[in-house]
Design a protein around this ligand. Structure first.
Ligand SMILES: [Zn+2]
Length: 88
């Protein structure tokens, strides 16, 4: 696991560990609560890009987690994102 690979996930980054899609930092299903909070902060001005990013994660995860129902994966990867009502 360790061995000087500096391109790997860093501690505290809450990156997904495939093919299980668990959090590499806290071990929860990814995206974990901490990661979700960070993503919302990171993409708070560009929620559309967050949807694109999560969609690509969902697509990859659905390849890895074939036993999981698609609906539950959608809920897990995308369903948590709060919908911003458009305020013109
Ligand atoms: Zn985590």
């Amino acid at each position: 696991m360790t061995g000087g690979d500096e391109s790997g996930p860093q501690p505290g980054e809450h990156t997904p560990v495939t093919p299980d899609w668990t959090c590499g930092t806290c071990g929860d299903d990814w995206p974990c609560h901490t990661k979700r909070t960070r993503l919302l902060d990171e993409y708070r001005v560009d929620r559309a890009s967050l949807s694109v990013y999560l969609g690509s994660c969902l697509a990859a995860a659905s390849q890895d987690l074939r036993a999981a129902p698609v609906s539950s994966l959608q809920d897990r990867f995308i369903g948590w994102v709060p919908r911003n009502p458009r305020t013109a």
